[in-house]
Design a protein. Structure first.
Ligand SMILES: [Zn+2]
Ligand SMILES: [Zn+2]
Length: 354
């Protein structure tokens, strides 16, 4: 801008630039879904009038800082009417103008849509989607944290930013949630998500008013695991059983002549590894079986370590009626797999339990 050059070139000596007539500044073509609108000119003649509607706030921003916010009304811009403008007075732009970005912020309720994938606390993948409602509660904070730093002024940029912010926080929430709560009690889960996400929204000047899950889906291959969890079987137990089963299947394939196991496959699932140190003082009868699993050529049955479905510790001696670690009652399928006392079928092989 020419003015800039003159201003910087002649400094305070040139402060008598005139010819800037006061103007009317208002957000004319706002639609209900616009979040902000930036007045396009940063050079503002003193004495201009800013019109702020009931559902708007006008934020004065410059050089990474919010100077002040105007509420509803007609405001004539001078330092008497609007004291915070003192901070924007600078000599070398001349006496008739100052420089600021005026950002109008819509404080009406806004809607965002979300959708994504995450894992529950039981490591069950879920697809979810829904809507959330929010409003700008602190326009200055919102401009400072979201709008200003990266000059996000378009609806698309802001929608995108807020949606991914929402989604990141929601995925953290889901990873701490049980599939039982998400799937069986979606309405409650929505309420809890709204409560948990309120704080991070506060931190960027937004009030999160509502979250509504419209769909939560579990891929078909995980429905069985979900069924077991609904029955009250512990998540750690199911993860262990499934890992063990997959590993056993992989070994079978290899033994059948496949080359599935390349040199790179050295990881042994934790379910097949020797029990953790605190379990070592248990009768040693299970230890050889666990160690043998390390050779990766034994039948899956030999590699099986009975892990308590309640506390996750191992090994529970074959046939034991109670877990030696937590004392809960357990039972056994005809193939020697451990199961929770209330289970009707073996989670590993599906045998009927009595
Ligand atoms: Zn136990
Ligand atoms: Zn079984």
């Amino acid at each position: 801008m020419v003015l800039n050059k003159i201003g910087k070139g002649i400094g305070k000596a040139g402060s008598k630039i005139s010819g800037f007539q006061p103007i009317l500044i208002e957000w004319k073509d706002a639609t209900p879904n616009d979040i902000v609108w930036r007045y396009p000119d940063e050079v503002i003649p003193w004495g201009s009038t800013v019109v702020v509607k009931e559902w708007e706030r006008a934020v004065f921003y410059r050089d990474g800082k919010v100077y002040g916010v105007l509420g509803p009304g007609r405001h004539v811009l001078d330092t008497q009417n609007v004291p915070f403008l003192q901070g924007l007075v600078e000599g070398f732009y001349g006496e008739s103008i100052f420089r600021a970005v005026i950002i109008f912020v819509n404080i009406n309720r806004l809607q965002g849509k979300f959708g994504g994938k995450s894992q529950t606390v039981e490591l069950i993948p879920v697809n979810f989607y829904g809507v959330y409602y929010y409003r700008v509660a602190d326009p200055a904070l919102f401009v400072n944290k979201v709008v200003g730093p990266d000059s996000r002024f378009t609806r698309e940029e802001l929608d995108e930013y807020i949606r991914s912010y929402f989604l990141n926080n929601l995925m953290a929430f889901i990873s701490q949630s049980s599939i039982r709560d998400l799937y069986m009690k979606a309405a409650e889960a929505s309420k809890r998500a709204a409560m948990v996400l309120r704080k991070p929204f506060d931190e960027i000047g937004l009030m999160l008013e509502d979250v509504q899950f419209e769909g939560i889906d579990v891929p078909p291959e995980y429905r069985e695991r979900m069924f077991w969890l609904m029955q009250g079987t512990s998540a750690a137990y199911l993860v262990q059983q499934e890992t063990a089963r997959k590993f056993a299947e992989a070994i079978e394939k290899t033994q059948a002549g496949g080359a599935a196991f390349g040199a790179g496959v050295v990881a042994i699932p934790w379910a097949l590894q020797p029990p953790p140190p605190q379990a070592q003082q248990q009768p040693a009868t299970q230890a050889p079986a666990a160690a043998a699993a390390g050779a990766a050529t034994t039948a899956p049955q030999q590699g099986y370590v009975a892990r308590c479905p309640y506390c996750g510790q191992a090994p529970v001696p074959q046939g034991a009626r109670f877990c030696p670690f937590c004392g809960k009652q357990v039972k056994w399928c005809p193939n020697g797999h451990i199961a929770p006392a209330e289970a009707n079928f073996c989670p590993v092989c599906g045998s009927k339990l009595v």
